[in-house]
Every structure is written in structure tokens, then in C-alpha cells.
Design a protein around this ligand. Structure first.
Ligand code: 1CP
Length: 349
């Protein structure tokens, strides 16, 4: 039996499609009442991530409601530090809390040995999803990129300034390089395990890439992504990989060319003309509706959906947000967005 290639991988490799694939970053989560209900029953957030029956159910919730073209595994970028033996917790409403790593002793306590075994429930979830998803839905696996994950490990949680991370990188180049090399290796192993369990497309989230400039951007954003892409493509030559060096502006082109990703996910600040004229000739582009325009809904939403599909719809394109959906998003606006994007016929020429 010949299996039809699904819509998302088709669009990522630049085939002609009869509609634009659509999924949303953070499409599972707190804006859905059914998520909040299950989250309350699960106990801690990591318990939810590490209980395959629950993580599978949460991944499927937005697919049942909206019929997105792709499901993204329900997990978190911080399962990797947890798998490396760092203490990671999530307090309700406060975001992640980690025991910060600032010196050689902190680094020495991390270990890749046993990480894949510790994260086995995540791969079991991928396997279950493979069984339970509708046949036309693509399963996306993901990881945080080393720089973004390192910021949480060093700061001990979310940050606005990344003070300790940037100082660590500048003051202790050897120590920081050791941490980044470990994270490259851990990320490759974690993504490879997801692909072996059934993930069909991978997204690498570098949410805080824009905190770095110039040489530091090359060294800590571009170079690690290049190594991760090369290692994964060696094992899985046809695997489509989406990179998200969020908010890195004109750096996106160098990132796309140097890393070998198949697509870049662009944030809402990226001008559409730049994405169309400069990026799309080299890679597929995914994006970039402002999550707050989705909250607003109405005419603002319709106008912006049109502008994005008019600009990017002639090239290799996947409809998405510019960053994750926010908890205050009305689910009806998401349903409306799906109708709007589905009604648009891709114009090739
Ligand atoms: O209380 C809750 O329910 C926790 C909220 C939540 C959710 C729903 C967190 C905590 N993580 C997640 C799931 C998640 N995280 C997914 C899968 C769900 C989906 O997309 O449908 C994914 C892909 C992530 C990725 C993630 N986690 C990123 C990269 C993407 C991005 O948004 O920039 C980052 C930076 C994190 C860290 C994280 N996890 C959770 C929080 C509150 C944070 C901190 C965010 C910050 O520092 O601003």
C-alpha cells in the first residue's frame, strides 16, 4: 500500500498544496477548559508530561476541537535538564523553577547517562499518539535549543535580562562550552528517540535567541543548531526540521542557510516582505500571526490572516502564530482562524 504524504511535510518540502497547513504553537494548554480540568487532576505539570495516558489526551484535545494539520507532542523543553539530573519544578502561576547552575560543581552534577531511560514516558506518549491520531495529522516532536535551555538552567527559571547566562558565556568560556556541548548531545539523543518512537517533523525552539548578538549568536545559536540538524539528518535523512530562532530579525537568513533546517518559524515582528523575498527562496516559512491579534479576533484577525497568506502563500508556507498561544485566547477565535485559513486557496505563481 502506498501511503500518501501528509500535508505538513508536503508543504515543508515545497510541493504544491491545495490548502495551507495550519497548527499553532502551544495549541494544547490553558486556554482550553478541557486542559484546565485535566491539569487540575494530574497534580504537578511534570506529572502531566510524564504520564503517557494524560499527555496523549492533552495533545489530542486541540486536534479533536479544531482538526489542526499537526499535533505537537505535549511535553516541555525543560524535561531535558530534568533528564540530566537538574532539579526542575513548576509552581502554578509562577513558571519553572530550577536549582541554578553557575559553576563547575553545578556542571559536574549533570549527567547524560540514563537520560533516555528517565525520559521513556515521553517516547511512550509519542508511540501512543502515533496510534491515536487521525491518519492525516502529522506528529511534531520538539526540543528547546541549547541556548534557550541553558538560560533556564543558569538563571534558575524565566528571565528578562539573561544576566547570569550572558555573564557565564563571557566569563567562563570553557565551562559554558562544556554545558552547550552536553546540551547538543542531549538534544540530539532526545529528538532521535522521539523520531524513533514516531515523530514525523521536529521543531527546535530557540525562544531567547534574540538575547545574543554577533559572534555570540553565531557561536551559541547557529553552531549548536547546525550540529543538531546534521546529527539528526545523518540518522534520518528525510526528517523535516523547523528552526525557531525567535525574534532574531535579519539573523534569520544566516541561521537558515548555515543550519540546514527545512523551515524557519518566524515571530510576529518579522516584516512579511523580508520573509517572502529574503527567506522563502532558501527555506519554508512558518508563521506569524501575533497571538494577541488572535485574542482580539474580529476584523483585525481577518485582515491579518489575509495579509500573511497574501504575502507568503505563493511560496513554501505553513500557517502558525509568531509565538505560543496565550491563556486568555477565546477558543471560538481559534475556531474562526481555522475557518479563515481553510477558506484560502493557495495561489502559486
Ligand atoms: O501550568 C501549566 O499548565 C503550564 C503551562 C505550560 C505548558 C502548557 C508549560 C510551562 N509548558 C507547556 C507545554 C509546552 N511547552 C509545549 C507543548 C504544548 C503545545 O505546544 O501544545 C511546548 C512546545 C513548550 C515549549 C516551551 N516551554 C518553550 C518554547 C516555546 C515558547 O513558548 O517560547 C519554553 C520557553 C518553555 C518553558 C516554559 N514551560 C512552561 C512555562 C511557564 C515556561 C516558561 C516560559 C517563559 O519563560 O516565558
Amino acid at each position: 500500500m502506498r501511503t500518501e504524504e501528509k500535508l505538513l511535510p508536503r508543504a515543508l518540502r515545497g510541493a504544491v498544496v491545495d490548502r495551507h497547513p495550519l497548527w499553532l504553537m502551544r495549541q494544547a494548554g490553558r486556554y482550553l477548559p478541557e486542559y484546565r480540568e485535566l491539569r487540575a487532576k494530574a497534580g504537578g505539570f511534570l506529572d502531566l508530561c510524564f504520564t503517557p495516558a494524560l499527555a496523549t489526551e492533552v495533545t489530542l484535545q486541540p486536534i479533536r476541537r479544531f482538526g489542526f494539520d499537526a499535533a505537537i507532542l505535549f511535553s516541555d523543553i525543560l524535561v531535558v535538564p530534568w533528564g540530566l539530573n537538574q532539579k526542575v519544578g513548576f509552581q502554578e502561576g509562577e513558571g519553572p523553577k530550577l536549582d541554578p547552575i553557575r559553576d563547575a560543581a553545578g556542571l559536574a552534577a549533570l549527567s547524560l547517562d540514563g537520560m533516555i531511560e528517565r525520559l521513556a514516558p515521553v517516547y511512550e506518549t509519542v508511540g501512543r499518539l502515533k496510534q491515536d491520531l487521525p491518519p492525516e495529522t502529522t506528529l511534531i516532536g520538539f526540543a528547546g535549543a541549547p541556548w534557550t535551555v541553558a538560560t533556564y538552567m543558569i538563571e534558575g527559571g524565566s528571565s528578562r535580562t539573561f544576566e547570569h547566562s550572558r555573564r557565564f558565556a563571557a566569563e567562563d568560556k570553557v565551562g559554558f562550552e562544556t554545558l552547550m556541548a552536553l546540551l547538543v548531545e542531549a538534544t540530539v539523543a532526545h529528538l532521535d528517540a522521539q523520531v524513533r518512537a514516531g515523530a514525523e517533523v521536529i521543531q527546535l525552539f530557540d525562544s531567547w535567541a534574540s538575547a545574543l548578538e554577533g559572534e555570540a549568536f553565531e557561536r551559541w545559536v547557529v553552531a549548536p543548531a547546525k550540529r543538531i540538524v546534521a546529527a539528526l539528518k545523518e540518522k534520518h535523512p528525510k526528517l523535516p526540521i523547523i528552526g525557531f530562532p525567535r525574534a532574531s530579525g535579519a539573523h534569520y537568513l544566516g541561521y537558515a542557510k548555515a543550519t540546514g533546517v527545512d523551515a524557519v518559524s518566524i515571530d510576529q515582528d518579522m516584516p512579511l516582505a523580508f520573509a517572502r523575498d529574503v527567506l522563502q527562496p532558501s527555506v519554508a516559512v512558518q508563521g506569524n500571526l501575533d497571538p494577541l491579534v488572535l485574542v482580539a479576533g474580529g476584523q483585525a484577525l481577518e485582515t491579518r490572516v489575509r495579509a500573511i497568506t497574501d504575502a507568503l502563500g505563493r511560496g513554501r508556507f505553513v500557517f502558525n502564530l509568531g509565538h505560543g498561544i496565550v491563556p486568555q485566547t477565546p477558543p471560538e477565535h481559534v475556531a474562526k482562524l481555522v475557518d479563515l485559513v481553510r477558506a484560502i486557496k493557495p495561489a502559486r505563481g
